[in-house]
Design a protein around this ligand. Structure first.
Ligand code: PHE
Length: 335
C-alpha cells in the first residue's frame, strides 16, 4: 500500500465512522461503534499495522493522519455520549410539565362577615378609631345597669335576653363594651367594637338569634350630633360609595340623650333603610364610669354588620350567612 492509498483509506474510514456515529442513538449503539472502529480489531486500529509497510518518506504524514483520525473518533464518541445523557435528563425534566397549570389546593378564605368586618375596621382605623373587644358572655351590670337600664326598667324587655345565670347573659348588643372601655381608659376615647350578639328573636329573613353588631364610641370635649353625622357620612361613603344619603330621626335608648335612629338611602331609591341606633352618650352613663359630664361628652352608634353586608352585596336573607353553604361562601373571596 502506498501512503497515498493509506490516506485515501483513512478518508473513507473517517466518512464511514462519522456516518455510524451520527446514527448511534443509544449508549449501546455508541459502544458498538467504538468497538467497530477503535476496538482491538476495529477498522481504525487495523490501519496502524499498514504504517509499517509504508516507505519511510510517507510514513510520518500518514501516521499523523491516522492518529488524528483516532483522536477525532474518540472525541466524537464522547460528544455522542454527552448529547445522549443531556437528552435523557432533558426528558426527565420534561416528565414534569412545568407549563401545566398547578394543582389547586384550597386553603379556604375568610367568611363574608369577616371580610366586611375587616373592611369596616379599616375604614374606622383610618379615621383614628381603635378596635376594642368585649366578652360575649356579659354581666347584667355592664349590659344593663351601667347603661342606665336599672332592674325593672321597661327597656330591658327590648332585648329578649338569653340568661346564663342570675347575673350573666349572652350580650344582646355591643354597648356593654362602651362601659368596659370607659372603665379602663381616660377620655378621650375613640373606638369601634365589632362583635357577636344574641337575642331571643325568631329566625326569619332579617332576624337571627345570633348576629354581629359594630359599636362606635367617641368621647371627647365639645362633641355634638353634628360630629356623629359627619363620621357616619364618611363611613357610608367609604363603605358603600358616593351618592348615598343618611338621615337622623328621633328614637329612644336609655344610654343616649338625645337618641336617634339612622337611616340610609341608596342612590336613586325612594325608601330609607334603618341602619342603626345612635345618640349622645347619656350623662348618667358618663358618671357611672367616673367621667365628668361637665367636661366631656360624646356619641355612640350601633349597627348591624349583616345588614351592612346585605345592603352592599345584595343578600336578601340573613340566614345564608350561617347556613354554611359553600356555594354562598365561595362567592365572596377577598380580593
Ligand atoms: N345598643 C343599641 C341596640 O342594640 C344600639 C345603640 C348603640 C344605640 C349605641 C345607641 C347607641 O339596639
Amino acid at each position: 500500500m502506498s501512503s497515498g492509498d493509506l490516506e485515501q483509506r483513512i478518508a473513507e474510514v473517517r466518512e464511514a465512522f462519522l456516518e455510524r456515529a451520527a446514527a448511534a442513538s443509544t449508549p449501546s449503539e455508541i459502544e458498538e461503534v467504538r468497538v467497530a472502529f477503535l476496538g482491538r480489531k476495529g477498522t481504525i486500529s487495523q490501519l496502524f499495522p499498514s504504517l509499517g509497510a509504508l516507505p519511510a518518506d510517507g510514513r510520518a504524514a500518514a501516521g499523523a493522519a491516522l492518529n488524528a483520525l483516532k483522536a477525532e473518533a474518540a472525541e466524537q464518541l464522547e460528544a455522542c455520549r454527552q448529547r445522549l445523557s443531556d437528552a435523557a435528563s432533558d426528558g426527565e425534566r420534561r416528565a414534569v410539565d412545568i407549563t401545566l397549570p398547578g394543582v389547586y389546593h384550597s386553603v379556604g378564605h375568610p367568611h363574608l362577615l369577616s371580610i366586611v368586618q375587616r373592611e369596616i375596621e379599616e375604614i374606622f382605623l383610618g379615621m383614628g378609631f381603635d378596635v376594642a373587644v368585649g366578652p360575649e358572655i356579659e354581666t347584667e351590670y355592664h349590659n344593663f345597669e351601667a347603661l342606665n337600664i336599672p332592674a325593672g326598667h321597661p327597656a330591658r324587655e327590648d332585648w329578649d335576653t338569653f340568661y346564663i345565670s342570675d347575673t350573666l347573659l349572652l350580650r344582646p348588643h355591643t354597648s356593654p363594651v362602651q362601659i368596659r372601655v370607659m372603665e379602663s381608659t381616660e377620655p378621650p376615647v375613640r373606638i369601634i367594637c365589632p362583635g357577636r350578639c344574641f337575642r331571643r328573636d325568631a329566625q326569619d329573613a332579617t332576624h337571627s338569634p345570633t348576629f354581629f353588631q359594630v359599636e362606635l364610641l367617641w368621647i371627647d370635649e365639645q362633641l355634638s350630633l353634628a360630629n356623629l353625622r359627619y363620621v357616619i357620612d364618611r363611613f357610608v361613603e367609604a363603605f358603600f360609595g358616593p351618592g348615598y344619603e343618611t338621615r337622623l330621626s328621633g328614637d329612644f335608648f336609655p344610654f343616649t340623650e338625645p337618641s336617634v335612629q339612622l337611616h340610609m338611602r341608596e342612590p336613586g331609591e325612594e325608601s330609607w333603610l334603618e341602619i342603626g341606633g345612635a345618640g349622645m352618650v347619656d350623662p348618667a352613663v358618663l358618671e357611672c364610669v367616673g367621667y365628668d359630664p361637665e367636661t366631656v361628652s360624646g356619641f355612640a352608634f350601633g349597627f348591624g354588620l349583616e345588614r351592612m353586608a346585605m345592603l352592599k352585596y345584595g343578600i336578601r336573607d340573613i340566614r345564608t350567612f350561617l347556613a354554611n353553604d359553600l356555594r354562598f361562601i365561595r362567592q365572596f373571596r377577598p380580593a
